[in-house]
Ligand binder design. Structure first.
Ligand code: FES
Length: 252
């Protein structure tokens, strides 16, 4: 492969020609109707879907809408359905996909346009409902000039493991309950509560946590279909966390 400039990449001679079938619709445009639009693109070495979409937008169709920020699997904004499977486009290599690639926006979120959805609004609503921050009445009394309190290293590692969630929305898009119940907090919400329940600085009681997730909109709404666990691009043990929290809630 030879790079000529930022916009133009010359494919290798053995490159496949990829066909992209991309969902197009802008709900804020009264003249727009949902449709599939087709594009063709020569595959290049180490091409990711993110690179392919940028190439299409730069060289074929500047009106194509999709999201990205980090290009490194960290921000979670590039998630979409790739051949029906929730995936991060910046972490998906085209060589791992067939010649025909179907792209749709993530279901379960408000559509902004084409492949762009408003996961931020959904995540903010979930966060406010579950109050995903440390509740500690003594925070105002903390003396910042003092050495900070130590946490058990294993506890810190366990919390960090749950904090690896990037809120991309793949688990919500893959969840049958979330698709049927708009109030379901999803694996992402249950994972958040598991994180704060573990944190010794959070003074919320078992009853407080039960009130947040001990219902059909929380842990008892999960049908254990494991879509969240299968589709999490960060390989978080979501099914294990849901089962763990459900057992805890069932005993309260
Ligand atoms: S662009 Fe940030 S996760 Fe893909």
């Amino acid at each position: 492969m030879k790079t000529v400039n930022k916009q133009q990449i010359i494919p290798t001679t053995s490159a496949r020609t990829l066909t992209f079938n991309i969902f197009r619709h802008n709900p804020s445009d009264p003249s727009s109707t949902p449709r599939m639009q087709h594009y063709q693109l020569a595959e290049t070495d180490t091409m990711t879907l993110f690179i392919a979409l940028n190439d299409i937008r730069e060289n074929q169709d500047p009106s194509l809408a999709f999201d990205y920020v980090c290009r490194a699997g960290i921000c979670g904004s590039c998630a979409m359905l790739v051949n029906g499977k929730p995936s991060l486009t910046c972490r998906t290599l085209t060589k791992d996909l067939p010649d025909v690639i179907n792209l749709h926006p993530l279901p379960g979120f408000a559509l902004i346009a084409d492949l762009s959805v408003d996961t931020g609004q959904w995540m903010q609503g979930m966060s406010e409902r579950l109050e995903t921050w440390i509740h500690n009445q003594h925070l105002a009394e903390i003396d910042l000039s003092q050495v900070e309190e130590k946490m058990d290293p294993q506890k810190a590692r366990d919390i960090y493991e749950l904090e690896r969630c990037i809120e991309c929305g793949c688990c919500v898009a893959a969840c049958a309950t979330a698709q049927m119940n708009d109030n379901f907090i999803g694996a992402v919400g249950i994972n958040q509560i598991a994180r704060f329940e573990l944190d010794p600085r959070d003074e919320r009681s078992a009853k407080d946590f039960y009130q947040l997730i001990g219902s059909e909109d929380g842990v008892f709404g999960c049908m254990t279909l494991l879509g969240c666990d299968d589709m999490c691009p960060k390989d978080l043990p979501l099914a294990q966390q849901i089962a763990f929290m459900r057992r805890k809630m069932a005993t309260r």
